[in-house]
Structure formats: structure tokens, C-alpha cells
Design a protein around this ligand. Structure first.
Ligand code: ZN
Length: 165
């Protein structure tokens, strides 16, 4: 069983490493990873305001940039990892080969991103400008619904409630 104790620092699988990538650094697989495998357990360090490195947990609660592996996960529109927001863990969505970047869709947690950017993930379903869940169409929202954070689920339910009423 996972301890509920506060994690001061991230736990990182030995199968992933922060490596030089495209003029910066990015998290990559250094061994074959199975679907469902736990890759990172995020540090329980939170801030009120978003930045380029935070992960939104609630309206005014963001998992902080701590300089650890999770800060170096790139966005992809067809990603190979997602976040378990209850356990605060990064989980592989499918088998990942050594050398692949570890990616997740930033829109599963960010409502309105502090640092929007143009995505070049190359997926046929690439969204282009990544700005946060707020800016997605209904169809784009529905596609990522299984992986949404509890915070975005609540927002989506509230919006649908308004539409229905
Ligand atoms: Zn993309």
C-alpha cells in the first residue's frame, strides 16, 4: 500500500532519466516500460500560482516545480503517460521503448496556462497552440476526459450543469 505520508521529494523510476534534448532537457525512457507502470511519484510540494513547471491540482493549488524529473516532461497531444491525481503519480499509458520521450497532455490538468506554446508533437491529432483545457472544443475535451484531473472534472460538470439548466 502507498503511504499517505508527505513526500518531500519525488520518487523516480530507474527506467527514466532527464537527458539533453532539443537544446534543453527532457525526460526519456532509458529502458523498456510496460503500460501501467509507475514512472514518478510527485513531491508533495504545492504553490498557489502556476508557472511553466507546475501541475495544476485545484483552482489555486499547483504541484510545484521542484527541479525534479516531472519538471522535464514534455507535452504531447497523443502522449504515452498520464497522471494519477489521487496518488499524485505519473503512469505509463502504453508500452514505452527506451529512448522515447515521456510525455503527457498538459490539458488534462491545466485550465488556463501561464506559458502557452505551439506544439510540434507531430501527432495527426496535434492541437497546435497549447493554452489549457479552457480553450478546447467540446470534442477535444471529450477525447481526454478519461485522464482529467478531479479539478477539471468538476469544472466540466459545472459547465454541463449550466448548459442543461
Ligand atoms: Zn501536439
Amino acid at each position: 500500500m502507498e503511504s499517505k505520508a508527505r513526500r518531500e521529494r519525488a520518487w523516480v523510476s530507474a527506467k527514466v532519466e532527464v537527458q539533453p534534448h532539443d537544446g534543453g532537457q527532457a525526460l526519456k525512457a532509458v529502458a523498456a516500460i510496460a503500460g501501467g507502470e509507475r514512472l514518478i511519484a510527485l513531491a508533495h510540494v504545492f504553490v498557489d500560482l502556476p508557472s511553466k513547471y507546475t501541475i495544476q491540482i485545484d483552482e489555486h493549488r499547483h504541484q510545484a516545480g521542484t527541479g525534479e524529473a516531472d519538471d522535464f516532461m514534455n507535452h504531447a497531444c497523443d502522449p504515452n503517460a498520464a497522471i494519477d491525481f489521487v496518488a499524485l503519480e505519473v503512469i505509463a499509458l502504453r508500452p514505452i521503448a527506451a529512448g522515447e520521450l515521456i510525455t503527457f497532455d498538459y490539458n488534462i490538468c491545466e485550465w488556463d496556462m501561464r506559458a502557452p506554446f505551439a506544439c510540434v508533437c507531430g501527432s495527426p491529432r496535434c492541437l497546435g497552440e497549447i493554452r489549457g483545457f479552457r480553450y478546447l472544443t467540446q470534442e477535444q475535451r471529450a477525447r481526454i476526459e478519461p485522464w482529467l484531473s478531479p479539478f477539471l472534472r468538476r469544472r466540466l460538470a459545472a459547465e454541463r450543469g449550466r448548459e442543461a439548466g
